[in-house]
Design a protein around this ligand. Structure first.
Ligand code: ATP
Ligand code: MG
Length: 270
């Protein structure tokens, strides 16, 4: 538990979504040395929603995730506007660790699992957070911890690999394990940046199934260029946001997006 915000003692469950979205971005701008990577961006994601974000290279997608997670890659960056988790957590005033504690999990492209440890041990380590994980491994698992690990093994489709070393997993399985490690922290919002890069078509569809199963439980924002994957995630009714030049170019179902002439011109038609 941490001093997450403004000196108030907040626990992950205390995100107030009673009157609105889980993530609320308003009039956000990020300027690097005169260059506007994000330009008066507005975006909101509903609690439990799975949102796909697409857009050309350099549109500002990764920069947006950096701002949400409190990771400013450049001391030169000038940031303005609002980014809120629920109604009360002003993410711009929180440090990276506090934002993670508050319930935002982020997955980077390269899987970072503990290769020498077994799959279930990776989940156990993730549950403890980064603190004293070596002690965790030696301690006996309580029945609650065991149940939690089993649940995540099932969610990620890794039950048969539970006792294998993580280093022996395929790329797709490692990616799913890493998502499982994020799930152990019971996040309210998961951010995934190009999760299917380097995966086979089959592995991508397995990941789409996994994220589909999480829908409604935690909110998810996925940035991806692979349109088959986006189609599998969004289905007929899921909302897709198109970013271009640091702002929202279009938002709607995938078929609405595909018919939007501005989207075709700036991205999909290329
Ligand atoms: N630290 C930085 N300093 C200067 N410019 C930056 C910095 N970080 C990002 N940019 C610029 O901001 C713009 C947006 O970059 P960003 O990485 O967010 O794009 P993206 O939408 O994630 O693209 P891609 O699809 O290629 O991953 C790019 O023009 C990039 O060069
Ligand atoms: Mg990017």
């Amino acid at each position: 538990m941490n001093e997450a915000y403004g000196g108030h003692w907040l626990q992950p469950g205390h995100i107030d979504v009673s009157h609105g979205p889980i993530l609320y971005v308003e009039d956000l701008s990020v300027v690097f040395d005169g260059f506007r990577a994000i330009n008066q961006l507005n975006l909101s994601i509903d609690d439990g929603e799975l949102r796909c974000v697409i857009g050309p290279n350099g549109a500002g997608k990764t920069t947006l995730m950096d701002v949400i997670t409190g990771k400013t890659r450049s001391p030169m960056a000038r940031i303005s506007g609002s980014v809120f988790l629920g109604q009360t957590m002003d993410l711009r005033r929180m440090k990276e660790a506090a934002i993670a504690q508050a319930g935002i999990g982020r997955k980077f492209q390269k899987p970072t699992v503990f290769e020498e440890h077994k799959v279930w041990e990776n989940l156990d380590i993730a549950m403890a957070g980064n603190k004293h994980w070596w002690a965790t491994l030696r301690a006996r698992l309580g029945s609650e911890e065991r149940a939690r690990i089993e649940q995540v093994l099932e969610q990620t489709g890794l039950e048969s690999q539970a006792y294998e070393r993580a280093g022996t997993l395929s790329h797709g399985q490692k990616q799913r394990l890493e998502i499982g490690m994020l799930l152990m922290q019971q996040p309210r919002l998961l951010l995934l940046d190009e999760p299917v890069a380097g995966m086979s078509d089959h592995e991508s569809m397995e990941l789409a199934d996994l994220l589909g199963r999480l829908r409604g439980g935690c909110s998810i924002m996925v940035v991806e260029h692979d349109m088959d994957f986006v189609a599998a995630l969004a289905g007929d009714s899921g909302k897709v946001t198109v970013l271009a030049e640091g702002r929202t170019l279009a938002e709607g179902t995938l078929s609405q997006i595909r018919e939007n002439p501005r989207v075709v011109e700036s991205y999909l038609g290329r």
